[in-house]
Design a protein around this ligand. Structure first.
Ligand code: NAP
Length: 292
């Protein structure tokens, strides 16, 4: 009997959380891998991942887990990507492609490319999909369906390896586009990292108000607006503090730009210039309406 024709014989996924677990589920559903091994810190999370059908095996030992893999997908918070690859390297044999899913690209590429031996290639990737939940239990196979995945090839990435990773993400349901790493980090500092920073800051601002009315805390009065706006403040603090560290300069620029916009709006309200306030809101509403 002939062997089935898998896209990959063995895939190792380091970090079987929301993103790693969802990719594993999709790869299993489509039968694209001979086997999938999960690597992680918490044994409970790995057991959950296995019981949900994402993995054929799991281990906490990165070098052991990647042995024999032709693809290693790194799905840990961005500051830990190079660290876990360094731990895995003694178990990796060329040819092997390593890819990641991190939300910041340039710093990760610089750290990872400095580590790689001959015959092992790194293809940086970022699926633009997620929820505010974490861990394998939150994963679902269609997370990447009809979403965008961005590939940001670094100086050491070959065209062949990029094509393999593009195929992986289109099999997962994404449209795949390429971007320069620095441009990726600038754009996502504005459309993703700034909103998360503001959401965390807004929750902390409102929670500072200690007023109590009829035995209730102020947050008991929060409904639609506050809850919609701050949903992303339930995201993983570890993941988001790593993103702030890795994309520090672009995030600081984005925060400064936001401070200018907010201060201009504050001045309009202070001056009771409600025609200008309305014009300001209308401009934002038109832009927002065009997105959905
Ligand atoms: P997650 O659900 O918290 O999963 C992260 C996983 O990494 C966890 O299973 C965690 O293990 C594991 N991990 C953390 N540090 C590790 C280490 N040192 N060694 C081994 N395993 C480690 O997070 P996620 O949302 O999947 O995010 C993972 C990556 O995807 C991040 O780089 C993030 O920037 C990127 N990303 C996230 C989103 C999103 O919206 N969530 C979207 C696109 C890209 P434990 O269970 O043991 O803690």
């Amino acid at each position: 009997m002939s062997e089935p024709d898998f896209m990959f014989n063995k895939i190792a996924i380091i970090g079987v959380g929301l993103i790693g677990g969802s990719l594993a589920l999709k790869l299993k559903e489509k039968g694209l891998a001979g086997s999938i091994t999960g690597i992680g810190r918490s044994i409970d999370n790995l057991k959950t991942a296995e019981s949900l059908g994402m993995l054929d095996s799991y281990t906490q030992d990165a070098a052991e887990g990647v042995r024999g893999a032709d693809l290693v997908v790194v799905c840990v918070p961005v500051l830990k990507i190079a660290e876990v690859i360094k731990k895995a390297l003694p178990g990796i044999t060329a040819p092997c492609i390593i890819t990641d899913v991190g939300s910041v690209k340039e710093g990760v590429i610089n750290e990872v490319e400095a580590l790689l031996p001959e015959g092992v290639e790194f293809v940086p990737a970022h699926p633009i999909a997620g929820t505010e939940e974490s861990g394998a239990a939150a994963a679902f196979a269609d997370l990447f369906k009809d979403r965008l995945t961005i590939i940001t090839p670094g100086p050491g990435t070959s065209r062949r390896a990029s094509e393999v990773i593009k195929k992986l993400w289109s099999e997962a349901g994404s449209e795949v586009v390429e971007m320069e790493p620095a441009e990726h980090d600038r754009v996502f500092s504005l459309v993703s990292h700034l909103p998360h920073v503001i959401a965390y800051a807004l929750v902390n601002t409102v929670a500072r108000d200690k007023s109590i009315s009829e035995g209730r805390q102020i947050l008991d009065y929060s409904a639609g607006g506050f809850k919609d706006f701050t949903r992303i403040a339930s995201s993983s603090p570890e993941m988001w503090s790593d993103i702030c560290s890795m994309n520090r300069e672009f995030i600081l620029t984005a925060i400064s730009s936001f401070e200018v916009t907010l201060s201009a709006l504050k001045d309009l309200i202070k001056d009771s210039d409600y025609t200008a306030v309305r014009k300001n809101f209308k401009k934002a509403k038109n832009i927002r309406d065009s997105l959905v």
